[in-house]
Design a protein around this ligand. Structure first.
Ligand SMILES: Nc1nc2c(c(=O)[nH]1)N[C@H]1C(S)=C(S)[C@@H](COP(=O)(O)OP(=O)(O)OC[C@H]3O[C@@H](n4cnc5c(=O)[nH]c(N)nc54)[C@H](O)[C@@H]3O)O[C@H]1N2
Ligand SMILES: Nc1nc2c(c(=O)[nH]1)N[C@H]1C(S)=C(S)[C@@H](COP(=O)(O)OP(=O)(O)OC[C@H]3O[C@@H](n4cnc5c(=O)[nH]c(N)nc54)[C@H](O)[C@@H]3O)O[C@H]1N2
Ligand code: SF4
Ligand SMILES: [Mo]
Length: 685
């Protein structure tokens, strides 16, 4: 009998973008255990339930194992060679006839946690010659990155440890496991928490203040807090004088935004607004923790993000421990090739595309439905499920069904995959080499480690390199993917960081950090004025208000479409509240997760429920002018009256993007208005 083999490999969980460090035990080529990596600074030896379920995910019986082609509406198994050659032939023909730009790519959030997917997709995009790369970048947190870059010259970001956590549309217990751990530890040492949320999330019970806010109106609250800080002279005058540009223009501009004005919009009491402004300005190292995407997915998104950046600045909490910090950058290769032309939306939403000559290579997702088939005729989707997660599933699905070619590269037969011409099986993160790294989205704690494969890819699954290199070869530009294998690719990715691949590998879960410095001296802010731009010339030049303003959601009780929609859709809707056990559409097929979160819950308050004849756990239909979903009512006093909150990520009849509208856009960066819509709710009889 052969001797049994045992080993432990070191990896980083890729089941969400926090990339917690892991130790993985393998016996006889089978993964048998997974633990949090004790030495890891983010997860400190722990894993959330999703991370702990990685083995169930890896060995799920529904994993795709070989390439599939749709023939007469039926799936047929084909060889990779056939799939590659047919797809390449179609792509090359479309390119010849219509130009390369008719090919679009979509990478989901997995492209944030998995550098190989996003980097190699960009590389293939450059090699083919199309500017049209779409991803969660045009719907998630990129807006706040750009708003902060335009204000500070670079992306400054929250720290893990703070004396005052202002959780502003952010529920770490569901969405941010490492931060939830850090908050719990720091509260024992005296840190305080403020919650601003239409829902009394669990940590609100231990909070210094809980402010219930009408969804989509956070910008008005932020402006009124600026008003209080200025008029009560609570701001850090020395910091403002030394490091900022445009404060003199802000003072008269802000006078109209009184706490009473904001109360009428947000439903937050004017006195609470004053109290919060005082608490914030009076706490050294206090920090706003935005929702990772909550503030961006509103009518006022970019201006709200700017107003929050200004609040953080006025309190002097920039580059101080606990505040927002200009984090160090980790260097690794993004593998990109030059990209010709302008992506969809670059003309309509210029600040999303570029400012100060700095471009970002992303198209505007909201514009995709109307661009098919004239501007886009083919799509390659890797690591995303856009027909469920992107705005306006009804419109997007109709548009995708008009494509001449849809290729989906995934682990599972997702709802998007069901609409594809070819579905190609991907290796799992536990089957692939990769970079484990923290993207610095919401924590100033960048690190880099290796993701070692635990086992070989199952069936005919291919790693991302094998997939793109194979397709490139068939298209005729295989030489642009020269790496012999994934290990060589990852060594190439790591090289710019100054770390040695072999040394990292020997270190068994070792990682590299960059030191951060709080010192501002001699490090001007890289804006045109060299200062923090309270007054934004970038906004002004693009035709937008250079000082923060407020825009009501289009579909709201105070918005421009109330007259037309209010009678049929009288309730305020916010979509996309996270639950701990799922990430987007992922993990919904795991029995262990279904046990904890068995059905999609539409959350609403008891009076609202009563007035619509709804009881707790009733089956309900939530409906908007775009469509309907079926969920279970979760009636509790935690949710503000007049509001319905629904999760995202459920496929089929509970897909909340059947309720959303690709035409309902934030005007500066083209983001979907996902928080602050109008809906109706009724019991299913
Ligand atoms: N209405 C509304 N909609 C929303 C939101 C909201 O708040 N409201 N939130 C939005 C946000 S912020 C985001 S980021 C998006 C997320 O949107 P998506 O990224 O599209 O969602 P996921 O369900 O995470 O899709 C990831 C896909 O990648 C696959 N996958 C996982 N690992 C691998 C791998 O190694 N290789 C390959 N090839 N595939 C892999 C998974 O099986 C899954 O199908 O959803 C958005 N949708
Ligand atoms: N478990 C899990 N974790 C995830 C994800 C997941 O799907 N599942 N998705 C990941 C992704 S892609 C992202 S972008 C992040 C998202 O992370 P966040 O944007 O921080 O989302 P949540 O943590 O759900 O926090 C949103 C909170 O805002 C409240 N809220 C809703 N509308 C409004 C509003 O208009 N104003 C205010 N002030 N509050 C509002 C909700 O009640 C909820 O408590 O999470 C990431 N982490
Ligand atoms: S928080 Fe994210 S990265 Fe960490 S264990 Fe959970 S799913 Fe994995
Ligand atoms: Mo996201």
């Amino acid at each position: 009998m052969a001797e049994s083999t045992k080993k432990t490999v070191y990896s980083a969980c890729a089941l969400c973008y926090h990339s917690c460090g892991t130790e993985v035990d393998v016996e006889d080529d089978k993964v048998v255990a997974i633990r949090g990596l004790q030495s890891h600074p983010l997860n400190k030896g722990k894993l959330c339930p999703k991370g702990r379920a990685a083995i169930e995910h890896l060995y799920h019986p529904d994993r795709l194992k070989y390439p599939l082609k749709k023939v007469d509406g039926q799936w047929q198994r084909v060889s990779w060679e056939q799939a590659f050659s047919e797809i390449a032939e179609k792509l090359n023909r479309l390119k010849e006839e219509f130009g390369a730009s008719v090919l679009g790519f979509f990478c989901g959030s997995i492209g944030v946690e998995n550098n190989e997917i996003v980097s190699l997709t960009h590389r293939f995009q450059g090699a083919f010659g199309t500017p049209n790369f779409f991803s969660v970048e045009s719907i998630c947190f990129r807006m706040r990155v750009r708003a902060r870059q335009m204000t500070f010259g670079r992306y400054v970001v929250e720290e893990m440890d703070s004396p005052l956590y202002i959780l502003w549309g952010h529920n770490p217990a569901a969405s941010d496991f490492p931060l939830a751990m850090a908050i719990a530890e720091n509260m024992k040492k005296g840190s305080k928490v403020v919650v601003i949320d239409p829902r009394r999330i669990s940590i609100a019970n231990k909070a210094e203040m809980y402010l219930a806010i009408r969804p989509g109106t956070d910008g008005a609250l932020a402006l009124a807090m600026i008003h209080v800080m200025i008029n009560e002279k609570l701001y850090d005058a020395e910091f403002v004088e030394r490091w900022t540009y445009g404060f003199d223009k802000l003072v008269p501009h802000i006078q109209r935004y009184t706490p009473e004005w904001a109360e009428a919009i947000t439903e937050v009491k004017a006195d609470d607004i004053r109290a919060l402004a005082r608490l914030f300005a009076g706490t050294r190292g206090a920090s706003i923790y935005h929702g990772t995407c909550t503030q961006d997915q509103c009518a006022n998104g970019s201006q709200t993000d700017r107003a929050m950046a200004i609040l953080q600045t006025l309190t002097g909490n920039i580059n101080v421990p606990g505040g927002w910090v200009a984090g160090p950058r980790l260097n690794f290769s993004d593998l990109m090739l030059p990209i010709p032309g302008l992506p969809l939306g670059a003309d309509e939403y210029p600040l999303f595309h570029q400012f100060w000559g700095r471009t970002s290579p992303y198209g505007v997702m909201n514009m995709v439905p109307e661009a098919i088939p004239d501007k886009l005729k083919a799509f390659i989707v890797s690591g995303g499920n856009p027909l469920v997660t992107m705005p306006d599933s009804n419109a997007l699905q109709e548009a995708f069904d008009r494509l001449e070619l849809l290729v989906v590269y995934d682990l599972f037969m997702t709802e998007t995959a069901q609409h594809a011409h070819y579905v190609l099986p991907s290796a799992h993160y536990l089957e692939s080499w990769g970079l484990g790294y923290n993207y610095n989205v919401c924590h100033c704690l960048p690190y880099l480690m290796l993701r070692e494969p635990a086992v070989e890819p199952m069936g005919e699954c291919k790693t991302t390199l094998e997939f793109y290199a194979g397709l490139a070869e068939a298209c005729g530009f295989g030489e642009l993917f020269p790496w012999r294998d994934d290990q060589e690719l990852v060594a190439h990715e790591v090289a710019p960081s100054g770390c040695d691949f072999d040394a990292l590998l020997q270190s068994k879960g070792g990682m590299t950090f960059q030191e951060k410095s709080y010192d501002l001296k001699g490090r001007p802010f890289p804006t045109p004025s060299g200062k923090i731009e309270i007054y934004s010339h970038a906004f002004e030049e693009a035709g937008f208000d250079p000082l923060p303003t407020y825009l009501e959601p289009f579909k709201s009780p105070q918005g421009p479409r109330w007259g037309e929609l209010g009678a049929a859709y009288p309730l305020v809707l916010s979509t996309g509240t996270r639950v701990l056990h799922y990430n987007g559409t992922q993990l919904h097929n795991l029995a262990s997760m279904q046990k904890s979160e068995p059905f999609p819950r539409a959350e609403l308050g008891p009076q609202t429920a009563a007035s619509f004849g709804i009881a707790h756990q009733d089956d309900v239909i939530v409906e908007t002018d775009r469509g309907w979903v079926k969920m279970k009512a979760d009636v509790s006093e935690k949710t503000m009256e007049g509001v319905v909150l629904v999760p995202h990520g459920w496929e089929g009849e509970a897909n909340c993007n059947r309720l959303t509208d690709a035409q309902c856009r934030e005007p500066i960066m083209g983001y979907p208005q996902w928080k602050g819509l109008l809906c109706n709710i009724k019991k299913v009889n």
